[in-house]
Design a protein around this ligand. Structure first.
Ligand code: ZN
Length: 287
């Protein structure tokens, strides 16, 4: 579930709360999360300071003194929490564990302690997330292996023509094409549903059959949906039910609620294996 807005929110938390902090202790309770890691253990980070936090697609990259970087992928259910000794806390990502509850939770797999009692907790109820520790000089090569497409917001976003060229090579449903991280990086189930609804495109339309007008609308709708998510620190979706803020999300996880544009009940269908929400009036079915 963590998509670009959620991971960007996590990145901002690490940047604001942890850059400049020195690691005093680290404990990994689930060693299998270190997947294909060039450096096998996190213990070498003790005594080092966090110098930066950046993001590419849905991967968070935390840089440390001594030219080491920790890559974290949150996959379907990753969550990051930073708790300070004064009781203040900053939590983003998956809603499990309860951000207002006790840490560490039984799904907390990584605990990192910094000075003045500040603690970082990485939790993952599904255990699909991963950690990778490597020399900072090797990060770009590691990222290149993912073949990420352009970012959905910020620097390097695609023009309508570039977006069209990426979709024109794919005859699959546009929803599935947009979930592919090599088309637009950072989009996932929530924000694709929202972008397609705003662009008035049915998710089963073949990606290579969109008109120029539809591509223009989609090009505007992708950053629109990601920005709405980012504004609220990630959309609130708990057990496949949306808790909208300021009307967003408009359709995702809101089956049978009225479409904000036309009032028709929102429908849920399957596209590939993904639960997909749409307005049958605003997003007419293909042919
Ligand atoms: Zn509608």
């Amino acid at each position: 579930m963590p998509e670009l807005p959620e991971v960007e929110t996590i990145r901002r938390i690490v940047e604001r709360e942890l850059v400049g902090q020195t690691l005093e202790a680290i404990g990994l309770r689930l060693p299998k999360l270190m997947r294909a890691s060039p450096l096998p253990t996190l213990d070498v980070l003790v005594g080092r300071r966090i110098t930066a936090a950046r993001r590419r697609a849905k991967v968070l990259i935390i840089a440390w003194t001594g030219d080491l970087s920790l890559m974290i992928h949150f996959k379907l259910a990753g969550q990051l929490a930073v708790l300070h000794a004064d009781g203040s806390r900053h939590v983003a990502g998956h809603p499990v564990p309860d951000p207002t509850g006790d840490y560490p939770h039984k799904t907390t797999h990584l605990i990192a302690r910094f000075g003045r009692g500040t603690c970082l907790y990485f939790s993952d109820v599904r255990q699909f997330g991963w950690l990778r520790l490597l020399p900072t000089a090797d990060v770009e090569v590691a990222l290149a292996a993912f073949k990420f497409g352009p970012e959905g917001i910020g620097h390097g976003t695609p023009t309508p023509e570039e977006l069209g060229a990426r979709l024109a090579r794919r005859r699959i449903p546009v929803k599935l094409a947009l979930l592919n991280q090599s088309v637009v990086a950072g989009l996932g189930n929530i924000y694709v549903d929202e972008a397609l609804h705003r662009a008035k495109i049915h998710p089963l339309r073949p990606a290579n059959a969109l008109t120029d007008a539809e591509l223009d609308r989609l090009h505007e709708a992708i950053p629109w949906s990601l920005e709405r998510g980012l504004e609220q620190g990630g959309a609130r979706i708990i057990r496949q039910r949306a808790y909208p803020q300021d009307g967003f999300p408009q359709v995702h996880a809101r089956e049978n609620e009225p479409c904000p544009s036309c009032g028709s009940p929102v429908r849920k269908i399957r596209v590939g294996s993904r639960g997909t929400y749409l307005c049958p009036t605003c997003q007419p079915a293909p042919g």
